[in-house]
Design a protein around this ligand. Structure first.
Ligand code: ASP
Ligand code: MG
Length: 424
């Protein structure tokens, strides 16, 4: 018998019929002797519907007072979900009780629409579990120090589930979703992509931040910090599938490197079209220049990703970096109107037609020549690399976006990730 947390996404909760299936699956786990905590999302489309209503009444520039009300509105989707699921479980003859975030409570900071969890009280939940009940807790929601309702950002139910699992020291947190695990890359781009049985926490963190959308990145950070064993698995299997088989399915995110069975050098290829590049040409090459350019960018709250500075010629150099595409116009304005004149730079250029492609793998720590193989593969395809950035377990390149699919497919093949060649 173990304490298990299940998280169900909006699709799994999308209709009363589907909620009944979730209830049957959860009841199966409870009857197998487990203590069950369930964290569901709002029914699919519901959060968008609620925020759409809010948008009709809210001007473009929301004030903090408005953000508070957005959370008040958005959090109701999850309240409906937990209540419905509790009813469905009770109808199955399984005692169950539902809670809003504030009733647990799940304490957060006051950053409305993107709050961070600070602590979770386990007393009430433990008492219910000991009384033989399934406990259902809203995803996405929390409460701040002054008693205001908060939400954790879009996709935040993943983080709620992992945080609840950490607080209760759960044996495992199972994330039921509409994909059946974590893949070597997006199967929509590479049909040969295959599901990984295990992936290390560090790799998952890179993949989530590099654009693989399976888990909210904060949930992965949380799992790492509290070492919560996490499994991503399909919610589309029949609810009455054999429980041992179900418990082994999907992708397990592991913390022990030697637990990792598939010792591939590269575990996955991530890609992201959400970035844009800016280049400041003819910058005087002297100490403090990077700070003079990037300082104002940081002050404007614009995140910078890949950065390169060229070798200088005649005391001048070029400085390039990437930002989120949504910030591209803003950063160009800032550079042209304020930064370039003050550092004495000649020209500022922008390019939104780029993408970032990354290879990720724990094996890169102990193998040489991995990046070189990536560059050779791209060069064989005639793809020009504009920027490079590396960490211990990933190498990212910025290339023209029109070559993205070609790059991902050829790298997937070059690193033996295609279905036929790798371990099953
Ligand atoms: N319902 C919220 C959203 O749609 C939270 C979640 O589903 O994880 O973003
Ligand atoms: Mg989600």
């Amino acid at each position: 018998m173990a304490l298990i947390v299940h998280k169900y996404g909006g699709t799994s909760m999308g209709s009363t019929e589907r909620i009944r299936n979730v209830a049957k699956r959860v009841a199966k786990w409870a009857r197998a002797g487990h203590q069950m905590v369930v964290v569901p999302s709002a029914m699919s489309g519901e959060t968008n519907r609620l925020l759409g209503l809010a948008k009709e009444l809210q001007p473009a520039q929301a004030t903090p007072a408005m953000l508070r009300e957005l959370d008040m509105i958005a959090c109701t989707g999850e309240q409906v979900s937990v209540g419905l699921l509790a009813l469905a479980l009770q109808a199955e003859g399984m005692p169950a009780v539902s809670y809003n975030g504030w009733q647990v409570p799940i304490q957060t900071d006051s950053a409305y629409t993107k709050a961070r969890i600070q602590s979770i009280d386990d007393v009430r939940v433990k008492a219910d579990l000991d009384a033989g009940k399934v406990v259902i807790i809203t995803g996405f929601q929390g409460i701040d120090g002054d008693g205001h309702v908060t939400t954790l950002g879009r996709g935040g139910s993943d983080t709620s589930a992992v945080a609840v699992a950490a607080a209760l020291k759960a044996h495992e947190c199972l994330i039921y979703t509409d994909v059946d695990g974590v893949y070597t890359t997006d199967p929509r781009v590479v049909p040969e992509a295959r599901r990984l049985n295990t992936v290390s926490f560090e790799e998952m963190l890179e993949m989530a931040s590099l654009g693989s959308k399976v888990l909210q990145i904060r949930s992965v950070e949380f799992a790492g910090k509290y070492r919560v064993p996490l499994r991503v698995l399909s919610s589309f299997t029949p609810w009455d599938i054999n429980i041992e088989e179900e418990a082994r399915s999907g992708t397990l995110i592991t913390f022990e490197e030697d637990e990792k069975m598939e010792q591939a050098v590269v575990s996955g290829i991530a890609f992201n079209r959400d970035e844009a590049k800016v280049t400041v040409l003819g910058v005087p090459d002297k100490p403090g220049i990077a700070y003079q350019i990037l300082g104002p960018v940081a002050d404007a709250n614009i995140d910078v990703d890949v950065i390169i500075q060229n070798v200088s010629h005649d005391g001048k150099t070029d400085f390039s970096f990437t930002v989120h595409r949504n910030d591209h116009a803003r950063v160009l304005d800032l550079l042209r109107n304020t930064v370039a004149p003050s550092v004495g730079a000649a020209v500022v250029e922008g390019d939104a037609r780029i993408c970032k492609v990354s290879i990720v793998g724990i094996g890169m720590k102990s193998h040489v020549g991995v990046a070189a193989k990536m560059f050779r593969t791209l060069s064989d395809e005639g793809i020009n690399i504009q920027m490079i950035s590396t960490s211990e377990i990933k190498t990212s390149v910025v290339i023209d976006e029109k070559y993205m699919e070609l790059a991902v497919r050829s790298l997937h093949r070059a690193f033996d990730l295609d279905q036929a060649s790798g371990p099953a």
